[in-house]
Design a protein around this ligand. Structure first.
Ligand SMILES: [Zn+2]
Length: 115
């Protein structure tokens, strides 16, 4: 976890615009939750923590809901999410789900490399 936090600090400073906001208060909402959007009849929520999304290795996120699904995100996908892009995960693990993942604007602020 310490290593992840260090990487975060580097990203923040690389994106800096000269303002003197404290690094540990600069990312806005530290996590966000998305739900699947599909016709499966099941509702799953997945919570994405900003500090997990800045990892430099693929990460797995486990959904809640009537049963569990594991969503695996590649590094490039996590970086797209942090940049505010929409990343849609579709999988057919017994039944099909579609997870349109897009962070709220006030979450994980400054962690993408768009700036
Ligand atoms: Zn399901």
């Amino acid at each position: 976890m310490q290593r992840t936090w260090m990487a975060l600090l580097v990203l923040v400073s690389a994106c800096g615009d000269g303002s003197s906001v404290a690094a540990d208060a600069d990312i806005g909402v530290p996590e966000f939750r998305i739900e699947n959007v599909d016709d499966s009849g099941f509702v799953h929520g997945v919570t994405f923590r900003c500090l997990d999304l800045v990892a430099d290795t693929p990460q797995s996120f486990v959904s809640d809901g009537p049963h569990q699904h594991t969503l695996r995100l590649e590094v490039a996908q996590m970086q797209s999410i942090l940049a505010g892009e929409l990343v849609e995960l579709i999988f057919t693990d017994g039944h099909e789900h579609s997870f349109p993942i897009q962070k709220p604007e006030d979450a994980c602020v400054g962690l993408g490399d768009a700036g």
